[in-house]
Design a protein around this ligand. Structure first.
Ligand SMILES: Nc1nc2c(c(=O)[nH]1)N[C@H]1C(S)=C(S)[C@@H](COP(=O)(O)O)O[C@H]1N2
Ligand SMILES: [Mo]
Length: 402
């Protein structure tokens, strides 16, 4: 199995370099650079501030972080964080006066509309949390489910600041009755002429998720950028990307889940090749997962000698206990060391294993274990939407050492 990303021009070239002579090589390089260049689209205007060299632009609404761009710090810089929009991003005018943005809170004893300015008076909390698209890793499913072929880069570790949802609920008299779900609605303008329920971004999560949820106006110490849901975002730590509603305009508590398509049939764990329906598990909590980010031989072989094999590991909703690293595709394992501070159970941790490598081929794999002794799975069974892939085997990184 090859882990060379499709968009890697040098990866393509490396495979052929040893078999052809220098003169031919130049022509091959030229021929091969054309499709590779086509893969690398320009950043769309609303995301033009991202670092172009660190991103893979699949489309204007699906932009992935390169595997080599996570670095070894913990927090993913905003200008390298992935983007996934189900609808076109709203107009930038909505972030011109962030404090004026309004969210209506329903299903509480005193329902009302609050501005971000007012929310700022109700409470303050900061949480480090992994934001990961439900489809991250979809590109590694062997049955090739449709959808963006994300590899590892539809994820990041982000620091959010805002008001705890439970503080807002308390300020509005609490939740009466038998609410079981918390529903967030995105503030996008919906395209005309289509059933709003078919396109709106509205997700429900179990009420217990409220305990850790924030209405966030700050990301990594700055106002949440439009591309990431500013002026106000619902952050549900431990839950996959889609449940973290951007430009949230409504937060409702009730006995039933949203009847929007994205909740009813979308993001369900359906059998391979089929669509979801409400009887199937909704894509909510993420799983324990890890992957190796370096060293990579994408830009040429890794130099033989001492190397620091590093990557990221997440417990999703639980803290991590350990991470093991394999150099031989999972035949043998060694325990890695966590690097840097623990930013809490929703954050990811960087890990490292120092090793001396002789020239050759290596398949670098990692597997994490949470404090409940749950190991990251070897293979995630395929599902219709290609969701929640956390299998360590398919996430392995092949490298050449010379
Ligand atoms: N309002 C709104 N919220 C949204 C989305 C969207 O299209 N609209 N996309 C969801 C999905 S599928 C993901 S993976 C994350 C992506 O967050 P990011 O673009 O900040 O990385 O936002 C989620 N929240
Ligand atoms: Mo997503």
């Amino acid at each position: 199995m090859s882990n060379t990303p499709r968009w890697s021009r040098r990866g393509l070239l490396a495979g052929t370099a040893s078999t052809i002579a220098g003169a031919t090589l130049a022509r091959v390089a030229q021929a091969q650079s054309a499709p590779a260049a086509a893969q690398s689209r320009p950043l769309p205007p609303y995301a033009s501030w991202k670092e172009p060299g660190q991103m893979i632009v699949h489309t204007a609404t699906t932009i992935e972080t390169k595997r080599s761009a996570f670095g070894t710090g913990i927090v993913t810089p905003a200008d390298r964080l992935y983007i996934r929009n189900n609808l076109p991003a709203p107009d930038a005018s909505i972030v011109a006066d962030p404090d004026a943005w309004e969210v209506s809170v329903e299903g509480v004893r005193q329902p009302r509309t609050l501005t971000v300015g007012q929310l700022k008076g109700l409470g303050l909390e900061t949480v480090a949390a992994v934001l990961q698209c439900s489809g991250n890793g979809r590109g590694y499913f062997a049955d090739k489910p449709s959808g963006t072929k994300w590899t590892v880069g539809a994820a990041g570790c982000v620091i959010w600041s805002g008001v705890p949802v439970r503080s807002v609920v308390a300020a509005l008299g609490g939740i009466p009755g038998d609410a079981r779900f918390m529903t967030g609605t995105g503030g996008e303008a919906l395209p005309a002429g289509v059933d709003p329920k078919a396109v709106m971004v509205e997700r429900s999560v179990p009420l217990k998720a409220m305990e850790d949820a924030l209405l966030a106006w700050e990301m990594n110490g700055e106002p949440v950028p439009l591309a990431h849901g500013g002026p106000l975002r619902l952050v549900v730590p431990g839950y996959s990307g889609v449940n973290n509603i951007k430009y949230v305009k409504r937060l409702a508590f009730g006995a039933t889940q949203s009847d929007a398509a994205i909740q009813k049939t979308g993001y369900r764990m359906s059998p391979p090749g089929t669509k979801g329906d409400p009887s199937m598990q909704s894509v909510w909590e993420m799983d324990v997962k890890s992957w190796i980010n370096g060293p990579s031989s994408e830009d040429g072989p890794v130099k033989a000698g001492m190397v620091q094999i590093h990557g990221v590991a997440m417990g999703a909703t639980r803290s991590l206990r350990r991470v093991d690293v394999s150099l031989d595709g999972g035949q043998t394992w060694q325990e890695a060391r966590f690097v840097g501070p623990d930013l809490g159970r929703f954050a990811w941790r960087q890990f490292v294993l120092p090793v001396r490598l002789q020239p050759g081929q290596y398949v670098l794999a990692s597997r994490a274990q949470d404090t409940q002794f749950n190991w990251q799975v070897e293979n995630t069974p395929p599902n219709g939407g290609g969701y929640l892939n956390s299998g360590w085997r398919s996430h392995a990184l092949s490298i050449t050492v010379a």
